[in-house]
Design a protein around this ligand. Structure first.
Ligand SMILES: NC(=O)c1ccc[n+]([C@@H]2O[C@H](COP(=O)([O-])OP(=O)(O)OC[C@H]3O[C@@H](n4cnc5c(N)ncnc54)[C@H](O)[C@@H]3O)[C@@H](O)[C@H]2O)c1
Length: 247
């Protein structure tokens, strides 16, 4: 039997990058998967590329920052798959600037998606999980939560996600729901395209392997945290950063 057979996984930001990588592993290992993304066309194309039958993997257009959109997405998931077992809160954005140059818009956008978006989606999934007394929630934070110049808004949200994870873990354990966070660092996705080349070189030199991590190396540990083998891991933060050291 495949390890995720009979399970339903929801992954936000599933059109590409780490979220799409999670979708591939969940499907490979037997789960039915709902990929949510603000980019509707891309997420539907990704879902079909993973499962051409369109039966076990669906792509749903959803702006996680919009509560009405999130509620609509969850009713679609329930009518298609009937329940939710796993939630990967993966969607996130960066709007980098040195703090003295940061605009209110840059600050607000990051809060809205990385903060409010995570709240919106988690409440929908948690309600279902709490009722059935089963669930696995993995929140995608970042090594940046330790502090990086030019990313104070992003770090604020990614550090907040760690506090959120530990707090929700204290509430959710009694309902048999695991809540954990991962802190990836320097993963080779489109998000990294926004980083200037000289800065990226410096980041890479800070890893023990002198390279970037891959999507598979990140999605694998995230999916592991949803497996039964990881059932006793709760309220934790797992660094997936190739020994990265931020100075
Ligand atoms: N790439 C890295 O090095 C790295 C490191 C640490 C943490 N992370 C985190 O991992 C997560 C995924 O990152 P990635 O590198 O795969 O990024 P990515 O930019 O390649 O993918 C993010 C996806 O989220 C979607 N998205 C953005 N805003 C959304 C919204 N409002 N509603 C729904 N979907 C939305 C995008 O359309 C995109 O498909 C993010 O939370 C990011 O902060 C990434």
């Amino acid at each position: 039997m495949l390890r995720f057979e009979g399970k339903v996984a929801v992954v936000t930001g599933g059109a590409r990058g780490i979220g799409a990588g999670c979708g591939e592993i969940f499907y490979r290992d037997g789960a039915r998967v709902a990929l949510l993304d603000i980019d509707g066309e891309a997420v539907q194309a990704k879902a079909l590329s993973i499962d051409p039958s369109g039966e076990a993997v669906i792509g749903i257009q959803c702006n996680i920052a919009d509560r009405t959109d999130v509620k609509r997405a969850f009713s679609e998931i329930i009518s298609k798959f009937g329940t939710v077992d796993f939630l990967v809160n993966n969607a996130g954005i960066a709007r980098d600037a040195m703090f003295h140059k940061m605009t209110e818009e840059q600050w607000d956008q990051v809060m809205l998606v990385n903060g409010k978006g995570l709240f919106n989606v988690t409440q929908e999934a948690y309600r279902i999980m709490r009722e059935k007394r089963y669930g696995k929630i993995v929140n995608v934070s970042s090594t940046v939560s330790s502090g990086v110049a030019g990313q104070s808004n992003y770090a604020f949200t990614k550090a907040g996600i760690l506090g959120f994870t530990k707090s929700l873990a204290k509430e959710a354990g009694r309902y048999n729901i695991n809540v954990n966070a991962v802190r990836p660092g320097l993963i080779n996705t489109e998000m990294m395209n926004a980083v200037p080349e000289d800065i990226l070189k410096g980041y890479i030199a800070n890893t023990a392997f002198n390279r970037m991590g891959t999507v598979a190396e990140t999605a694998g540990p995230i999916c592991y945290l949803c497996s039964e083998e990881a059932g006793w891991i709760h309220g934790e933060e797992l660094i997936i950063g190739g020994g990265i050291v931020y100075r």
